[in-house]
Design a protein around this ligand. Structure first.
Ligand code: F3S
Length: 292
C-alpha cells in the first residue's frame, strides 16, 4: 500500500503563529494563559497544559499574567474588559480573521446588513458577529436565505474555513432576492488550499484518512469533501485510532489534515499506516502448510 499525503495539510500560518506567540511568552515570562483553548486539537492543548499554559474563560481582576487571544479572534467587548482590568493581552488573532472582523464592522457602519456564511456556534463567527454590534445574520447554507429577514443593502462575507461551494450557494440564494448585494469572499487561502489538495487526492486513492481534532471545523470539512467523493473516509485524532482492517486490499491510501493538526501527529499517522502495510505484506507472505 502506498501512502499519499495531500500537497497541503496540517498547521496553517495563523495557528503556527498563535502557538509561537504562546511559546515565546512562556519562555519570556514563564506564565501565560489563553482565552479559550488555543486551537481545536486536544493533543496540542494537552501538550501546552503540560508546559503550564492555563486556559481562562473570563477576564477580571483575578486574571494573572498575560492572556493570549487565539487565532479565531474575539469581539470588541473582550478588549474593553482587558483594558478595564489591566490584563495584558497578546493578540494572536489570525490576520485573515482580523480582516473579516474589520470588513464586518465597516459594512455595518456603512449601513449594510451583513450576512455571514458559516457556523453560528463557531467562536470565530461569534467574534465576527460581535464586531457588527450583533446585527449580522449567520447562515449555514443557501436554504436559510429568506427575503423576510434580508432586505436592502446586503454584504456577504464568510467564515474563513467555509467550503467554497457553500459560499457560492449562499451567494446564489442572495442573488435571487431583490437586494443591493456586495460579495466579499473571506475564505482563507490556507483552507482553500487544503480543500483543493484533498479534492485532488481523492481521485488517486481508495481510502482517505483525515487527521485532526474532532472539534475542528476545517478538519470536519475536509472529511466531508472525501465522503462526498464517495470514498471510505476515517477521521482520526491520533495514530492509535487507525484500524488495519480499513486498509485490507488497499493499494493507495490518502492522508490529509486540518489546519490545526501539528506535523508530529501527521507523521505518526503516516508512520503507523506504513507499519500496517508492512504487517499486511508479512501476513500475505507467510507460507501456508501445503506450500511449506
Ligand atoms: Fe488563519 Fe486561515 Fe489558519 S484564517 S488561522 S490561516 S485557516
Amino acid at each position: 500500500m502506498q501512502v499519499l499525503l495531500a500537497a497541503h495539510a496540517g498547521f496553517c500560518f495563523g495557528v503556527r503563529r498563535a502557538i509561537q506567540q504562546v511559546e515565546a511568552e512562556l519562555a519570556h515570562s514563564g506564565k501565560v494563559a489563553t482565552y479559550g483553548p488555543l486551537i481545536h486539537n486536544p493533543q496540542v492543548i494537552a501538550r501546552l497544559a503540560d508546559q503550564g499554559v492555563a486556559i481562562v474563560d473570563h477576564l477580571d481582576m483575578s486574571t494573572l499574567g498575560p492572556v493570549v487571544i487565539r487565532s479565531h479572534g474575539v469581539g470588541p467587548a473582550i478588549y474593553e474588559q482587558a483594558a478595564q482590568h489591566g490584563v495584558n493581552l497578546i493578540d494572536a488573532t489570525c490576520p485573515f480573521v482580523a480582516n473579516v472582523q474589520k470588513a464586518a464592522r465597516d459594512f455595518t457602519e456603512q449601513g449594510y446588513q451583513v450576512v455571514i456564511a458559516g457556523d453560528a456556534d463557531h467562536p470565530e463567527v461569534q467574534g465576527i458577529v460581535a464586531w457588527t454590534g450583533n446585527r449580522a445574520i449567520v447562515v449555514a447554507s443557501g436554504k436559510e436565505i429568506t427575503g423576510d429577514k434580508i432586505q436592502g443593502k446586503v454584504a456577504l462575507i464568510a467564515q474563513t474555513t467555509l467550503k467554497e461551494a457553500t459560499f457560492r450557494e449562499v451567494e446564489a440564494a442572495l442573488r435571487q432576492l431583490d437586494v443591493e448585494l456586495i460579495v466579499k469572499n473571506t475564505i482563507c487561502s490556507a483552507t482553500a488550499k487544503r480543500q483543493e489538495a484533498a479534492q485532488q487526492l481523492v481521485s488517486q486513492v481508495e481510502v482517505m484518512v483525515v487527521v485532526g481534532g474532532r472539534n475542528s471545523s476545517n478538519t470536519r470539512k475536509l472529511a466531508q469533501i472525501c465522503v462526498a467523493a464517495g470514498l471510505p473516509t476515517y477521521h482520526v485524532e491520533q495514530a492509535e485510532e487507525l484500524d488495519p482492517r480499513w486498509f485490507k486490499n488497499v493499494n493507495q491510501a490518502g492522508v490529509t489534515a486540518g489546519a490545526s493538526t501539528p506535523h508530529w501527529i501527521i507523521e505518526e499517522v503516516v508512520q503507523r499506516m506504513t507499519e500496517i502495510q508492512q504487517e499486511q505484506e508479512l501476513e500475505n507472505n507467510v507460507p501456508t502448510e501445503e506450500a511449506a
